[in-house]
Design a protein around this ligand. Structure first.
Ligand code: RIB
Ligand code: CA
Length: 317
């Protein structure tokens, strides 16, 4: 059992990542969820997170965080995630509220009080984590590792060379990658290899509350790939959770990763040092590179079916 804190910008794939973790409470104990501006404003991504948890009948503490990157402007992504940040499914308005403390204070309080190290699952721009590291460096040792979705070794998605979570706040990413906290990076390469076929997603339609929610999330989120005639789509943010649950599905290598923060063309690039003939003690970031796709896809659909059953039992009494 691993204690985790999610840091999210919910977000279609953030939502499915949270649902995945909720499905295995015997393996993942969610201490709380912090939200940050990214896919949409922090207000919208927080509301999406609360609506999701209410819809699933799950209570998990939620704390809202930074409203914009450290230096660069806020660049929300309506074309990918819609005006709400989670367009597609229509969920009832959230009844639950956030804790009323800032995300960085929630991180401080939770890590101070935890008698075990905590894994941070970072699925958004790293602004909250960067502020935490700068404000409470004495608590860095309470973080076991950061399992993050972000970065890439070669091609980007938001620009030629940068992945969105890093691009959006490269200054924050630099602080996090230089903090010394062990990082497991699910970059675009492994996410692209772990794509889920669109025709397989059809099997979720009308199969129950959870399956239908995932279907509707994916139907909206995969429009970009469908419009281009591609037959599958990445569900980026589930990859770090899958690595926690089933590390044996993945192959990885350790690299030193530098973050480009200044170049207009390459801002947000995660630059790996591929030289093998030098001091490797600086190669602290474990980069996931390959995945057993067949088993990954199997686990994906098994997880949705398991959560469906769990909720039916919960909601039945
Ligand atoms: O590049 C993919 C990342 O950007 C994911 O975390 C997705 O939610 C978006 O935030
Ligand atoms: Ca995200």
């Amino acid at each position: 059992m691993v204690d985790v804190i999610f840091d999210v910008d919910t977000g279609h794939d953030d939502a499915i990542a949270i649902m995945t973790a909720l499905t295995y409470p015997e393996k993942i104990n969610i201490l709380g969820i912090t939200t940050v501006a990214g896919n949409q404003t922090v207000e919208k991504v927080t509301d999406n997170t609360l609506k999701l948890l209410d819809y699933l009948g799950c209570f998990i503490p939620v704390a809202a965080g930074l409203t914009r990157p450290i230096r660069y402007p806020l660049e929300v992504q309506p074309e990918a995630h819609g005006e709400s940040g989670m367009d597609g499914p229509v969920l009832p308005p959230a009844k639950s509220r956030t804790l009323g403390i800032h995300a960085v204070e929630f991180l401080r309080k939770t890590l101070e009080e935890s008698d075990r190290k905590v894994t941070v699952i970072a699925l958004a721009p790293l602004t909250n984590l960067a502020f935490f590291i700068r404000m409470y460096p004495e608590l860095i040792s309470k973080i076991e590792k950061i399992e993050m979705m972000g970065g890439s070794l070669y091609a980007g998605n938001i620009t030629e060379k940068a992945e969105f979570n890093i691009y959006h706040d490269p200054d924050a990413a630099k602080i996090v990658f230089e903090s010394g906290i062990p990082i497991v990076m699910s970059g675009l390469e492994v996410c692209r290899k772990a794509a889920i076929p669109h025709d397989a997603m059809e099997q979720l339609k009308g199969k129950g509350k959870v399956s239908q929610l995932v279907y509707e999330l994916l139907y909206f989120y995969c429009h970009y790939s469908r419009e281009r005639g591609w037959d599958s789509s990445e569900i980026f943010d589930i990859t770090p959770v899958f690595h926690i649950l089933w590390p044996e599905l993945f192959e990885s290598k350790y690299y030193h990763i530098g973050i480009e923060t200044e170049s207009p063309a390459y801002r947000g690039m995660t630059a790996a040092d591929f030289r093998g003939d030098r001091d490797r003690t600086k190669d602290r970031t474990e980069v996931l590179l390959d995945v057993n796709l067949e088993k990954y896809q199997e686990r994906f659909f098994e997880t949705i079916a398991k959560l469906e059953k769990m909720l039916k039992q919960d909601l039945s009494h």
